[in-house]
Ligand binder design. Structure first.
Ligand code: SIN
Length: 487
């Protein structure tokens, strides 16, 4: 990758706020810097929205709501389908931008572009399948009619770890359902979303349907929107503590909420599992996105009969991964997003090691530029290690043993989170018993990756509520109206 190509892709991205179909500066011309986490240097500056800018974005969304809701579903779907095509045409630019601002290796960034675009294709097909029900009143006289309507203007708050895909899986169903929106991308990774907004505009999305406000503080722009009764829904992907604060603010106008929050995914390997496969899938479940994913395997619970073998094979695989800048050939592990994130990962490892865990590979920062941390496998994890309870969000795999199925299920459920769990066994009855016993929204059965635009993504407990993707995803943006018909 040449420096010239990197510069030109960054330069070509609009850097302003996208409001009512226009690109404009933030009030007071304030800007915020976007950093390359592999070097710690600034890539460029983008607009830093004020509270008034956020209200201007909501003005635009509210102004476009009625006509967008009345636009034919087929037309809404075709715009999404058009952006799906544009994203695939511009996949190299989108992927490079994402690698530059977020750090993930280029091959993974390309994978995310394709994953992200699939949400648009999926919801382009769902736009024309919004239906209702007609039934006979059980008492005989009268009929019951239900119909679906868009909930209205939405605030979509997206995270830095999947800068495009977490946007498209909110924007796609909102557009398909007939909702308008204000999107607030993470301050660390606004460029991918700004390029995506320009592609939506190019595909013919009417002015005001999608508005993007980049800002150095999410609360600065979200607080005035929560205060405004025109906003009807919030979809948030991010941490559980922030999700709880947003819930409090949303109570003011009783907003519809979708919350995709933290995880602490257990990865259960039973004694009868195909160990080669369990290790291959563990590399994906742990190392996809440098471990910075809410569905990353956070703790490996492995039956005592195979735990040593599993841990040493996993250590060999992770220890052999190439760490470096995501644009360099062959790199499999990029930097963490920033120094705070890397320090948090280092603290969790140091805490476990201080309490007796053994480092099989890694366990340290890498290099003196950027925010790299070595892929790490820890064995002999004590029960009080903090990383068993907290989301690591980094390339660290703690391996712990269990002896009975009951112990494995109890350990898996011993968390306030309930997003996803991974189960490896060849015994069908055990698989069913374990799947049914897990308190999670998603299970990977002999698979280390569950994410799929055609499937409902989401959790239970403090991992949040609401589902993104699948047939369920569009329901989050619709409300049901019931009509009692006299007959
Ligand atoms: C996330 O980490 O927030 C989502 C990951 C995914 O969609 O796979």
């Amino acid at each position: 990758m040449t420096a010239e190509r990197e510069r030109s892709v960054v330069e070509a991205v609009p850097k302003g706020l996208f409001i009512g179909g226009n690109w404009r500066d933030a009030g007071g011309n304030a800007t915020l810097s976007v950093e390359d986490p592999s070097t710690g240097t600034t890539l460029c500056d983008v607009a830093d929205a004020t509270p008034d800018d956020a209200i201007a974005a909501l003005d635009a969304a509210a102004g476009a709501q009625q006509s967008w809701a009345e636009t034919a579903p087929r037309e809404r779907g075709e715009i999404l389908r058009g952006v799906f095509d544009l994203m695939n045409e511009r996949a190299d630019d989108l992927a490079l931008l994402m690698t530059l601002e977020m750090g993930k290796p280029l091959a993974e960034a390309k994978g995310e572009v394709s994953y992200a675009a699939e949400f648009f294709r999926w919801f382009s097909e769902e736009a024309v399948r919004i239906d209702g029900r007609w039934s006979v009143n059980p008492a005989g006289s009268g009929r019951l009619l239900t119909m679906k309507h868009p909930v209205g203007p939405c605030l979509l708050i997206t995270p830095w770890n999947f800068p495009i895909a977490m946007g498209t899986r909110k924007i796609g169903p909102a557009i398909a359902a007939g909702c308008t929106m204000v999107v607030k991308p993470a301050q660390q990774t606004p460029l991918s979303m700004l390029l995506l907004a320009s592609l939506l505009q190019e595909a013919g999305l009417p002015d005001g349907v999608l508005n993007v406000v980049t800002a150095s503080s999410a609360s600065k722009v979200s607080a005035p929107l929560f205060d405004d009764a025109r906003l009807r829904k919030v979809s948030f992907t991010g941490s559980t503590p922030v999700g709880k604060k947003l819930m409090e603010q949303a109570s003011q106008h009783l907003l519809r909420m979708s919350m995709e929050l933290g995880g602490n995914a257990p990865y259960l390997v039973f004694g009868d599992a195909d160990l080669d496969h369990a290790v291959d899938q563990a590399v994906i479940a742990k190392m996809r996105n440098i471990g910075e994913s809410c569905v990353a395997a956070n703790r490996f619970h492995v039956h005592e009969s195979v735990a040593d073998e599993f841990a040493s094979r996993l250590a060999e695989r992770l220890g052999g991964m190439k760490v470096g800048r995501g644009t360099d050939d062959g790199v499999e592990v990029g930097p963490l997003i920033d120094d705070d994130q890397r320090s948090k990962v280092a603290e969790l490892v140091d805490d476990a090691v201080g309490k007796g865990a053994k480092v099989l590979t890694g366990g340290e920062k890498v290099g003196d530029r950027g925010y790299f941390y070595a892929p790490t496998v820890l064995a002999g994890i004590p029960d009080d290690a903090t990383l068993l309870r907290e989301e690591i969000f980094g390339p660290v795999a703690p391996v712990k043993t269990f002896s009975t199925d009951r112990e494995a299920i109890d350990a898996a459920n011993d968390s306030e989170f309930g997003l996803v769990a991974y189960v490896f066994t060849r015994d069908l009855q055990r698989a069913i018993r374990v799947m049914e016993g897990l308190e999670v929204g998603m299970v990977g059965l002999n698979r280390g990756l569950v994410s799929n635009p055609a499937a409902p993504f989401g959790g239970v407990k403090e991992s949040g509520f609401g589902r993104e993707g699948g047939a369920e995803g569009i329901e989050e943006y619709l409300y049901t109206k019931y009509v009692a018909v006299d007959l």
